[in-house]
Each structure stands twice: as structure tokens, then as C-alpha cells.
Design a binder for this molecule. Sequence first.
Ligand SMILES: Cc1cc2nc3c(=O)[nH]c(=O)nc-3n(C[C@H](O)[C@H](O)[C@H](O)COP(=O)(O)OP(=O)(O)OC[C@H]3O[C@@H](n4cnc5c(N)ncnc54)[C@H](O)[C@@H]3O)c2cc1C
Length: 340
Amino acid sequence: MPEITARTASLGLRFNPLRRAARAQAREYDLPLLRDDAEGLVLESYYGRIAFLSRGEGVEVALHAPHAEYLQVLKDALVAQLGAAAPGVADAIRWSDAPPEGRLPANAALMRVLGVAPLAGGFLRITLQGDVTRFTDAAIHFRLGLPPEGRAARWPTVAPNGATKWPEGADRLHLPVYTARTVDPARGQLCFDLFEHAGGRATQWARTAQPGQEVLVMAPGGGGCLISGELRGFADETAFPAIARILEANPDATGRITLYTDAAGAAYPLPDHSWLQIDYAEPERREDMGRDAKAAIAEEQDIFLWFAGERELATSVRSAWRALGRRPKDAYVSAFWQKT
Ligand SMILES: Cc1cc2nc3c(=O)[nH]c(=O)nc-3n(C[C@H](O)[C@H](O)[C@H](O)COP(=O)(O)OP(=O)(O)OC[C@H]3O[C@@H](n4cnc5c(N)ncnc54)[C@H](O)[C@@H]3O)c2cc1C
């Protein structure tokens, strides 16, 4: 795949502490190290490669990504991490590819609301109009950028150090993640299904959104819908749209998915899936989602684990998977929402 590269000049950082920090990150997030020696460390991530190269008293950073959107994600991650430890160094970064300062970041686009319609299962189906060419089966999630209710929108821009400069204070955006349910590049349309829940700012936005209204879409986000191996899935409503994408994209997959919802939620429309078993857990067993997943992975070998639900449950399932020594590449375990 062709790739684009952005480099910094030598930064005023020492290589060895940076190397240790990068190794720790690689361990925590199961990221492969393509190189790790006294002169350089190269980390592979979903969004591309990050290289730290020892340059005498300093360190040069090189980012390699398949496209500008992912390059932006890598720059944001790097600047945020360095900014926490060495804010002066992070502010002073300048990139070889001269990013478009003051404009929308490459992974941000403005789209317009085309319509909002109720959908069975307690969802709203929202259709947006705009450039959707960045959505593929390999990148199905995105962030919505919603301005505070009743306030004129202020959108993010690229800062001189290449990172995204977000509107702050009263203009701060709400940035929930959603799943593109359908994408129609020819018509420039994207649909997503929003699970309505009490107190949700996105729910409130969707209920009052008007056709033509502008909204920020940050994409592509991580996560695809192509799977391999015997699927063992666990999902609550927030992940039903992702499950629908998985069913459409993997007509040869075999396995079993358990869905956690109430009686109403079971009406969410899923595509044909006769080749794959889908069960609905008893409504009162919602909280058992994590326990069920842990029991399944303890008993069942040779599965691809797919788990998406509340953060605490996802964290405990991820720990259980690791504790059993199972391979990270055989599991997708993700926190889709968080109790507050
Ligand atoms: C990769 C990914 C893909 C996702 N795809 C979808 C999708 O396609 N459709 C979808 O509906 N959601 C999806 N989600 C989940 C969604 O991002 C969260 O539910 C998000 O918090 C919603 O924001 P909000 O503005 O509604 O709630 P907020 O205003 O952020 O939170 C308000 C309150 O609601 C609570 N809350 C948040 N989510 C839920 C929930 N699901 N049930 C009950 N209480 C909740 C919070 O704890 C908080 O107390 C996805 C999340 C991820 C990470």
C-alpha cells in the first residue's frame, strides 16, 4: 500500500527514556515492534508506523501512514503523549509535510443531516450527506463532533505543531463514537443507528437535528468488520450496528453471537445470518455479559472473540483473555460506552 511520511527535525529528547516509554506502550496495547535497538525503535500501530531515531543528543520522529487521515491520528497521538511529558518539545514540533495550519484536520469533515427516522429496537437512524469515500469495511467507526446545545459550532483546526486544536471551554465539542451502518459513496450518504438512552447528549442532538444542519465527522476511526475463524461474539445495543456490518461482510463466517438487550432492543433489524447463530440473553442478564464471555473463553478454544459493551466489563474480559495467554490478534475487545 502506498504510504505518506512526515518527519520532525531532531527534537530535544533523550532516546533511551523514550525507547523505554515506547516499549511500555507496545506491551500495553499489544503493538508489534518492528525495530528496537540502540539507534532506533519502530512501532507498528493500526494507523501506521512510528519511528523514533536516535540523532546524537536528540531524537527524530518519522511517521508513515497509508493516507493523510491516519497520519493526522498518529500526529495527534504523538503530540499528546510528548505534551504530557515535555510540553515545550511538543509545542515546538514542525513536520516535514507542512500540514495545513488553521484548516480542518485531514481526518475531519463537515457533513449535513439529511434525515432522522425512528428505527425498531429503540434506535434512531440518522442519514448524513457529504464525502464518505474514507469509509471501508476496514474502518467502520467514526466520531461525531457535536457543539454544545444552543451554541454556534466552532470546529477543530490544525495547530502549527500539526496536532488537532480543539475548541475549548464553552465551545468544547462532544465527541461520541458511532458505527457507519450503511455507506453509499455514489450518493455521498452515510447512515448510522443511534441507540437512544436517557441523558445522552447525542440522543438529544439527534431528536432535534434539522435537515441541512452541519455536523463534524472524524473518520476513519479504528476497527473493521472483517473477521476470521470461529466467531464468538458478545454485544450490547451500542454494538448492534457493528454486528450488522459483521454479518454483511462475512457471509462465510461460522460461530455464535450473544446479544444483551431488553425485549424492545431485540427488534433491531439484523441482516440475514442463517449461517451463524444469534442468541438473545434474558433481559435481566445484561450485567452477566462479562461473566458469560469469560466463561466462554475459558471453555472454548480456537475462537475469534468479539466483545463490545460497557467499559468495566470490556476491561475484565480483556484481562481474562490475556491471563489465559490467548493471542491478542484472535480477539477484538472494546469499551463502547462507560457508566458514569
Ligand atoms: C467503536 C464504537 C462504536 C460505537 N458505535 C455505536 C453505534 O453505532 N450506535 C450507538 O448507539 N452507540 C455506539 N457507540 C457507543 C456510543 O459512543 C456511546 O454510547 C456514547 O457514550 C454515546 O454518547 P451520548 O452522547 O449518547 O452519551 P453521553 O452524553 O456521553 O453520556 C450521558 C450518560 O449516558 C450514559 N451512557 C452512555 N452510553 C450509554 C448506553 N449505551 N446505555 C446507557 N447509558 C449510556 C453515560 O454513562 C452518561 O451517564 C459506539 C462506541 C464505540 C467506542
